[in-house]
Design a protein around this ligand. Structure first.
Ligand SMILES: Nc1ncnc2c1ncn2[C@@H]1O[C@H](COP(=O)(O)OP(=O)(O)O)[C@@H](O)[C@H]1O
Ligand SMILES: [Mg+2]
Length: 329
């Protein structure tokens, strides 16, 4: 985390557009929060997932209000405001407000705008507005995303408005097993809990280097033995990942069952492209075009569920399996 904190701070000094990307539960939000907390500047932090319903109008209205509020506050006190939470704000009566007009108020002020889980903003055309901010204000943008393919596309696709804007990209990775081990050992030292080497090994086999699960295991270990702690994390993880998978499947239209089938295949083990094709064709009783298989696998990669290495596809998070197992149908 220290390295990454420094990396993010350095990126903020040299670039006006920084993108933090990585799988779910690798510590991106924590990293952004730490850096945000230490910044002595005008700053705003928005969890984009908190915007509901997610439509061009509500997004526009929320940011308009946010900038208005910000402008008002920063006029009175030139100090930074700490945070404007947006969790679960619901806009019931959308009014037409001109977002561009509002941004005049923030002209000339250096503001750091942190957008957590920003990937969906392009869906409502908001990336065009972000470009406008870069061109017309002194704002610095920090975008973060777990759906790595989608957030990358926002920056790397030549058709995207944010393409070619000199984005600095910070890749947050899972811990390698040596670091997971060190992380657990140090954590247990601090909370004065003993775990032997085989228990630590088993924990890492279960949860890999996903810091989110490791922290949860550490937390349960304060009051439970090793086996029970593992069980409890798995129970929580299954609820969390089930919801994430269901949300993804809902975006897949009629392809939903095919994706679910593919995820079930990956839950049994790593697979080659040809194995997925064979199994899906067998399940459906008909031929499926290569193009479709590629699209399915690409989407699963984009949303961070699977990854590809040397021709082999595998789940990125071992807990996706327990989530998939809970889904019926
Ligand atoms: N370096 C770290 N040290 C301790 N706990 C961490 C660290 N990074 C993340 N966590 C914890 O792991 C969990 C997941 O982290 P989070 O930042 O929410 O991940 P992401 O935003 O990538 O999904 C959180 O509960 C957080 O408190
Ligand atoms: Mg996060």
């Amino acid at each position: 985390m220290e390295n990454e904190t420094l990396e993010l701070k350095k990126a903020l000094e040299s670039s006006r557009l920084v993108v933090v990307k990585g799988l779910r539960r690798t510590g991106k939000t924590s990293l952004m929060r730490v850096v945000y907390g230490e910044l002595k500047a005008n700053k705003i932090f928005v969890d984009v997932r908190g915007i509901y319903p997610f439509t061009p109008r509500t997004v526009s209205e929320i940011f308009t209000n946010l900038f208005r509020k910000f402008a008002r506050i920063s006029k009175k006190i030139t100090l930074s405001i700490d945070s404007i939470a947006l969790g679960g704000i619901k806009v019931s009566e959308p009014k037409h407000i001109d977002l561009l007009e509002t941004t005049e108020w923030i002209n000339g002020k250096k503001i750091y705008l942190f957008l957590d889980e920003a990937q969906n903003l392009s869906r409502v055309g908001f990336d065009k507005f972000l470009v406008y901010l870069l061109d017309n204000t002194d704002i610095k943008l920090i975008l973060c995303g777990s759906e790595i393919g989608i957030i990358s596309d926002m920056i790397e696709n030549p058709k995207s408005p944010l393409f070619g804007r000199g984005a600095e990209i910070i890749n947050i990775k899972r811990f390698p097993s040596s670091l997971s081990l060190k992380f657990l050992e140090e954590g247990f030292d601090q909370i004065k809990v003993t775990r032997d080497a085989s228990q630590l090994k088993e924990t890492i086999e279960h949860f890999d280097g996903m810091v989110g699960w490791l922290v949860l295991y550490g937390d349960y270990s304060k009051r439970n033995d090793h086996k029970i702690s593992i069980k409890k994390v798995m129970k929580d993880a299954s609820s969390i990942t089930t919801e994430e998978i269901k949300k993804f499947l809902e975006t897949r239209g009629i392809g939903k069952n095919r994706y679910l089938h593919i995820l079930r295949e990956f839950s049994k083990g790593n697979k080659r492209w040809s194995e997925i094709k064979y199994s899906l064709e067998k399940k459906l009783g008909k031929k499926i075009g290569d193009r479709h298989i590629k699209d399915y696998l690409d989407a699963l990669i984009d949303y961070g569920f699977i990854e590809k290495s040397e021709g082999i596809y595998s789940l990125t998070d071992p807990m996706t399996k327990v989530g998939v197992d809970k889904i019926k149908g």
